[in-house]
Write a protein that binds this ligand. Structure first.
Ligand code: G3I
Length: 469
């Protein structure tokens, strides 16, 4: 008997040890490792407190251990990077890039053209279209060139669609829309692409997780993406911010539908600012079932993310409930994966469970290997022409031209090759000729009117009617 007992004790001990050993293994696994195995990026912001060295040490320890994509909460917005006219401040953005490069983390840039957090000096030019175009172009060219090869993806335009039942452009309280019109979006994408041809370019917005019904914000965004793709405007991704509440149970499936609609346009959908908050004043009364429900909703988003092949990034707008814009500005609370003591919540376990339930062999990635496994110490040109997602934009065969303001943007010309630009009036009479340098030609010398432009080089040519306003 004793022998059997001792045998069963050994077996039991081995079982516990095994389990413990397994749990220990499980405890070592991170979101970051599972994301990388699946060719995906999962991450969160660096809160403004981090930039001000006013955050607990646990924050950065967890951030770099658990996540492989990062974005600045405020420090790369217009008011932070160009606080006064043509005076740029990259100090905090550089701090984030250094952190990211030291820890092998992908960087999102947020946000170039947005109606909010615009410095006052810009508003002094409200209504002045040419000046505002010049300001926006100068901002984009300086900021994007500064981070060329270091910021993988930009929120080129943020929140330009209104919140009406029948969506349309945000036409009030937007210095860009009111001063320039909707063309500011097209120009912003073209200029960003020109400043860093390898960056991925997103349109980012909130409340597009509410379904594709006729007239909805999401449908309006999809229609704009169709138009941009048809006009060869270089957009590669849409960001659904996805700031939701615990009661918003239909949103994961709406995000799936949006991903499928964008997949047809060969555009990636990223979750860019997810938080799942509890309503005002509920902090003190939340129990295990509430946090389990939150975990269930996080898991549903992660399931959709891993199952849709054109989804690339899953970014939450905060790491710990100790630092969240929701508490400061929205009166919501407890929305994130880690609690105020930096302990993982059920939502963290749910995210891990979803990742483990989707083996790497079953998860497709929208990214080429040059993004998933970038060459080491890759600067800008030093890595040669690493083809990344922007190849989707250069997909059109041969040349294409796009007139933005007075600049003609030409794509499809081999790098470094020039092309000749001839402009004819509508009677076919030669009006103007110039060379196309670095994929663009300046037509500012031409008077307003309708013309035909011909772009040609040794191997191809294209003719297009243009209207110079
Ligand atoms: O930097 C100043 C500081 O000097 C001053 O003492 C303090 C008190 O007035 O304000 C500080 O600026 C605050 C800034 O965050 C930096 O902390 C602004 O008042 C505050 O309005 C700003 O809030 C940010 C908000 O965007 C502004 O719209 C939030 O932190 C940030 O989480 C939030 O993020 C946005 C995304 O960019 C776009 N999507 C929605 C998301 C939530 O609103």
């Amino acid at each position: 008997m004793r022998k059997i007992h001792s045998l069963s004790r050994i077996a039991l001990g081995a079982a516990i040890l095994g389990a413990g050993f397994m749990n220990a293994n499980a405890a070592d696994e991170t979101i970051r490792e599972l994301a990388k195995e699946r060719g995906r990026f999962i991450g969160t912001i660096l809160n403004s407190e981090w930039f001000n060295d006013a955050i607990e040490p646990e924050f950065e320890e967890i951030h770099k251990k658990q996540f492989n994509v990062v974005v600045a909460e405020n420090e790369m917005k217009f008011d932070a990077t160009e606080p006064s006219e043509n005076v740029f401040n990259f100090e905090k953005g550089d701090k984030m890039v250094e952190y990211a490069q030291a820890n092998g983390i992908r960087v999102r840039g947020h946000a170039l053209a947005w109606h909010s957090q615009v410095p006052n000096w810009v508003n002094n030019y409200s209504g002045q279209k040419e000046k505002l175009l010049a300001i926006l172009k100068n901002h984009i060219m300086n900021v994007v060139r500064h981070y060329k090869g270091k910021v993988a993806e930009w929120d080129v335009v943020n929140e330009a669609v209104n919140d009406d039942y029948n969506a349309d452009w945000r036409s009030t309280n937007s210095v860009w829309y009111e001063g320039i019109g909707a063309e500011f979006l097209d120009s912003a994408f073209v200029w960003t692409h020109e400043a860093d041809p390898n960056a991925e370019l997103c349109y980012n917005d909130y409340s597009i997780e509410w379904g594709l019904r006729e007239g909805s914000k999401a449908s309006f965004v999809v229609e704009q993406v169709k138009r941009w793709k048809k006009n060869n405007i270089p957009i590669t991704c849409v960001g659904t911010q996805t700031h939701i509440e615990i009661a918003h149970e239909t949103t994961p499936q709406n995000v799936r539908a949006l991903a499928k609609a964008l997949a047809e346009l060969d555009v990636t959908l990223n979750i860019t600012e997810l938080d799942i908050g509890f309503p005002n004043g509920s902090a003190g009364s939340l129990g295990a079932s509430d946090y389990a429900k939150q975990g269930h909703l996080y898991r549903q988003f992660m399931d959709v993310f891993l199952e849709e092949p054109n989804m690339g990034e899953f970014v939450m707008w905060g790491l710990t409930d100790a630092h969240s814009w929701l508490d400061e500005q929205q009166g919501k609370t407890q929305a994130l994966l880690f609690d105020k003591q930096y302990k993982p919540k059920p939502a963290f376990d749910s995210v891990m469970a979803s990742l483990k339930a989707h083996p790497a062999s079953e998860v497709k990635s929208p990214y080429p290997d040059s993004i998933l496994n970038p060459p080491k110490d890759c600067g800008d040109e030093s890595c040669g022409d690493s083809i990344i997602a922007i190849k989707k934009f250069i997909a059109p065969k041969g040349m294409s031209v796009q007139l933005v303001g007075r600049t003609l943007f030409v794509t499809g010309i081999a790098a470094g090759k020039a092309a000749k630009v001839d402009v004819f009036d509508m009677q076919g009479r030669p009006t103007f000729s110039t060379k196309c340098e670095k994929s663009r030609a300046d037509l500012s010398a031409i008077a307003e009117g309708l013309y035909v432009v011909r772009v040609s080089n040794s191997s191809a040519s294209i003719v297009k009617k243009i209207s110079i306003k």
